[in-house]
Design a protein around this ligand. Structure first.
Ligand code: FES
Length: 146
């Protein structure tokens, strides 16, 4: 495979063209799949990617400002499933602030890369995570506070 290294010496690695083993593993055995009961979850988000119609629902249980449980369901492509699964692995056990600063690049790096045309799939996971954290913060505000 000619990745054009000679013409572009600044690029040390070529683009990822196929799913890595980690992506296939998380697609075949997604982690933290499933809805968390409404009485237990204290953060929720549902996001969609208008370009492909895929959707993701995410539930959080936050205790002491730390994500102690996380669950997701997606109606999406293999890239969406694998990146959502890896996002939950990275977010679980993190403080809200640390989880809020996770990026789609963190998710992609943890999976060893993802094909360029599938990179947008990883956005669903981090968008859902940020919006579920926001939802949790809104729910935990005492009534009447600004
Ligand atoms: Fe829709 Fe992957 S193609 S999220």
């Amino acid at each position: 495979l000619n990745t054009g290294d000679h013409e572009h010496p600044e690029e040390r690695t070529g683009p990822v063209l196929y799913y890595t083993e980690a992506v296939i593993d998380h697609f075949m055995r997604p982690r933290n799949v499933g809805e968390i009961d409404i009485g237990e979850a204290n953060g929720f988000a549902e996001v969609g990617d208008p370009s492909c119609g895929d959707t993701l629902k995410l539930w959080l249980v936050v205790q002491d400002k730390t994500i102690s449980r996380i669950g997701f369901r997606t109606f999406g492509c293999p890239g969406a499933i694998a990146t959502s699964s890896m996002m939950t692995v990275l977010a679980l056990g993190k403080t809200l602030d640390a989880a809020d600063s996770l990026t789609d690049d963190d998710v992609i790096d943890a999976l060893g890369g993802i094909p360029e045309r599938k990179k947008h799939c990883s956005l669903l996971g981090v968008q859902a995570l940020r919006s579920a954290i926001l939802n949790h913060k809104e729910r935990s505000q005492p009534p009447g506070s600004p």
